[in-house]
Design a protein around this ligand. Structure first.
Ligand code: FAD
Ligand code: ZN
Length: 277
């Protein structure tokens, strides 16, 4: 443990509305589509090392049109629209950013229940979205001996960044729940990384206890660790509880982030409502 680098550093930025246009859309897996966008105004766009969960709000066209409604920006961030059509937006991880080409890469989970999941299935060059953010970056500490990562497919883009951005010599144990073997995404090779893909099978996403069980069964390596866990909110709660209450891991060494919740449209992951100890 390097005691000088054990805290999360949050850096906040101003909000610049941008528009992004699809350059390429590639199939990563049957249910994961990688879309590369060109982006207006890339100068002030923040993409910071060791901030693997940097994300943006993407604004989708109004139903049946190409029209993208963007929100007003006030001193405290997004101002709710007072009248007129409402912006339609969802959170997505910035998987990669190429400053020179002004390109942003987003990996979309394809599912048919929502605008985001459906939009990506037919994304083609020239299609446009609005974009706000990143609003800030959580810069994660590199002082721990090893990192426990757990995620479902919505947080797999962030896991991809962890594998690329964590300095060499830091070990990773990653648990990733996906539908099946064809949904596994290759991660950057790293020495000392354990990657455990867990297959839920044909059942609905966001219902299984696979991640919780795998972490309970895991023989934790020696050394001090930091845990980063994201995915369907309900399935994460017992994992947080296990780490906090049963293993006594301090709060400052755990980041658990609900990226979506079964049955909820556009979960607000900043709503502290159901964070428990
Ligand atoms: P919504 O309209 O929001 O939801 C409609 C219904 O679909 C609801 O019942 C909901 O529970 C269900 N649903 C939502 N997402 C899924 C899903 N993945 N599988 C099955 N059912 C679902 N998602 C990505 O694909 N890639 C990312 O890089 C990514 N990064 C994220 C980063 C952050 C910080 C956060 C908070 C979320 C991220 N997500 C990511 C998750 C994404 O924002 C949600 O899944 C979002 O709900 C998708 O919007 P939608 O319009 O498809 O579905
Ligand atoms: Zn956010």
């Amino acid at each position: 443990l390097d005691p000088h680098d054990t805290d999360i550093n949050l850096v906040m930025y101003g909000l610049t509305p941008r528009y992004i246009e699809v350059m390429r859309s590639e199939t990563l897996t049957p249910q994961m589509q990688r879309v590369t966008f060109s982006c207006t105004d890339p100068e002030g766009f923040h993409f910071v090392p060791m901030a693997p969960d940097e994300h943006v709000k993407l604004f989708f066209p109004q139903p049946g049109t190409d029209e993208i409604v963007m929100p007003g920006i006030g001193p405290d961030g997004i101002r709710p629209a007072i009248d007129g059509p409402r912006p339609i937006y969802r959170d997505y991880t910035v998987r990669a950013f190429d400053e020179h080409r002004a390109e942003v890469v987003v990996d979309f989970v394809l599912h048919t229940h929502g605008v985001g999941g459906s939009w990506a299935a037919t994304a083609s060059p020239g299609d446009r979205l609005g974009m706000l953010g990143p609003r800030g970056s959580h810069i994660y500490p590199t002082g721990y001996d090893w990192y426990l990562l757990a995620a479902d497919e919505t947080a797999l883009p962030a896991i991809g960044r962890w594998f690329e951005e964590l300095p060499d010599g830091k070990r990773i144990a990653a648990f990733i729940e996906v539908a099946g073997p064809t949904e596994e995404v290759a991660l950057a090779p790293r020495e000392g990384a354990l990657v455990h893909y867990l297959h839920r099978g044909d059942g609905q996403a966001g219902n299984s206890r696979l991640l919780e069980r795998a972490i309970r069964d895991f023989d934790f390596p020696d050394g001090e660790f930091f845990a980063w866990i994201a995915g369907e909110a309900n399935t994460l709660k017992p994992i947080r509880r296990h780490l906090r209450r049963e293993l006594g891991v301090p709060k400052s060494r755990i980041k658990v982030d609900g990226y979506w919740r079964n049955g909820t449209v556009n979960l607000d992951h900043h709503d502290p409502g159901d964070e428990d100890e």
